[in-house]
Design a protein around this ligand. Structure first.
Ligand code: GLN
Length: 449
């Protein structure tokens, strides 16, 4: 059914870079065989899912939507993908994304755009735009994305699906192409909070992954606790966020409606102040490009990816492979990172950004002394039109509400709340939890759904 849905809808939506019917059907046959043999079935037996194309899966290319990796065959399967397969999920294909996950609209993919299933003239968000669109169009029930500054939560908001960035360290990054290693986190998309909780159970089953030094053991039971209710718990609201420049009135209305609903269900609303959050975007656009510059240095025209033919020297081969393999945004990020890490400049920007990072993290820790969860917008607006945010710095602002959570490392989940009164497009809210309190975070998400 999922493959039929792809056949019917993906010509319009273009969520996928590769569709993998052989792999999906083979996985389905294994489940059928287990059922015929009377063996117990895994918890998500037969659930189709999409995989962002920065995650390795043996038998597929992992392109990161870049010419640099256009012909790169996955040498092994990423832990996050392996765990979904272990849970019985069927891999339907590799989903489109912004090149190397740099962007908020999927427009920087080197191969094609992905159209928002709600309005094909609008972006699905990004960088995990293909994953969000696959779920929104009903082509898969679940999808995996990665989120460095909002890349799961923002496209989920624009496509009207649930998307979660778990606390940093909950899901293994092994086998996922790195962007900003201290910020990157893998997470699920689904149509409901319960579906996302089931996927998170699958992603964390088996505990810490020895192949990712930052991964941690987590207590599961996300789906089992999703309906626990929120009576007597405390919800933080940030009044200054509601007057943020660029926040669409219909998104503001959604946040207000969610606050009312939580209050009606017995939660207490408490105003919190996160005084250093206005430094989050600036700190992110130092730390992110610095780490990206370091991580993407491996694409040198020798070890991985595109190799320019006919070069006389190694230096020429490396320079030309990089010049022709990377697109404009990937180059912009790496040039910025190279500059920020150069001697004389490093102290002024990188060191300052790390200080801001500590202050932002402390802001969140202080807030969670008073509250159990924080409610805020996810994306400042509903889906925008292709080309509408053509200035890169304007695009960077579309993550104004998601970025600080990657900087602090705690979990965040986007919950769609119907369509906006002005645009008629999906609008959403974001709930942000205490670090490693993702179980309660999902209980709150379920309550506003
Ligand atoms: N939009 C942000 C950026 O361009 C975040 C991307 C991401 O989370 N991968 O860096």
């Amino acid at each position: 059914a999922a493959l039929d849905a792809v056949g019917q809808r993906d010509a319009d939506v273009q969520a996928f870079l590769q569709v993998t019917p052989e792999l999906a059907l083979k996985a389905a046959e294994r489940i059928d065989a287990a059922r015929a043999a009377g063996e117990p079935l895994p918890p998500l037996a037969g659930v189709p899912f999409a995989i962002k194309d920065n995650m390795n899966l043996t038998g597929t290319r992992t392109t990161c939507a870049s010419h640099m990796l256009e012909n790169y065959e996955s040498p092994y399967t990423a832990t996050c993908v392996r765990r979904m397969l272990n849970a019985g999920c069927l891999p339907v294909g590799k989903a489109n994304m912004d090149e190397f996950a740099f962007g908020s609209s999927t427009e920087s993919s080197a191969f094609h755009r992905t159209n928002n299933p709600w309005d094909l003239e609008r972006v699905p968000g990004g960088s995990s735009g293909g994953s969000a669109a696959a779920v929104a169009a009903g082509m898969t029930a679940l999808a995996l994305g990665s989120d460095t500054g909002g890349s799961i939560r923002q496209p989920a908001a624009l496509c009207g699906v649930v998307g979660m960035k778990p606390t940093y360290g909950m899901v293994s990054r092994y086998g996922v192409v790195a962007f900003g290693s201290s910020l990157d986190q893998v997470g699920p998309f689904g149509r409901t909070v319960e579906d996302v909780a089931l996927a998170l159970d699958a992603l964390t089953a088996g505990g810490r992954d020895p192949f990712d030094g930052t991964s941690q053991d987590v207590e599961g039971g996300f789906a089992a606790h999703v309906n626990d209710g929120i009576e007597g718990l405390r919800v933080g609201v940030i009044p200054s966020f509601m007057d943020a420049v660029g926040l669409a009135p219909e998104v503001k209305a959604a946040v207000e409606a969610a606050a009312c609903s939580l209050e009606e269900q017995g939660a207490k609303l408490i105003e919190v102040d996160l005084p250093h959050l206005d430094a989050a975007i600036a700190a992110y656009y130092v730390i992110g490009p610095a780490e990206a510059f370091s991580n993407l240095a491996r694409f040198d025209g020798v070890r991985y990816g595109y190799q320019e033919p006919g070069c006389a020297t190694l230096a020429e081969q490396s320079a030309k492979s990089r010049a022709h393999g990377f697109g404009a945004e990937a180059k912009r990020r790496q040039m910025l990172g190279a500059y920020l890490l150069s001697s004389g400049v490093y102290d002024k920007y990188y060191y300052a950004a790390q200080k801001a990072r500590s202050l932002i993290t402390t802001d969140y820790e202080r807030a969670y002394e008073k509250v159990d969860v924080i409610l805020m917008p996810a994306s400042p607006t509903a889906a925008f039109k292709f080309g509408e945010l053509s200035d890169p710095t304007q695009m960077y602002l579309s993550d104004m509400f998601t970025i600080s959570i990657n900087i602090a490392g705690n979990g965040g989940v986007t919950v769609p709340l119907g369509t906006g009164a002005d645009s008629g497009l999906p609008v959403a809210v974001q709930l942000v939890g205490r670090a490693f309190d993702d179980r309660r975070l999902l209980t709150f998400a379920r309550a506003v759904e």
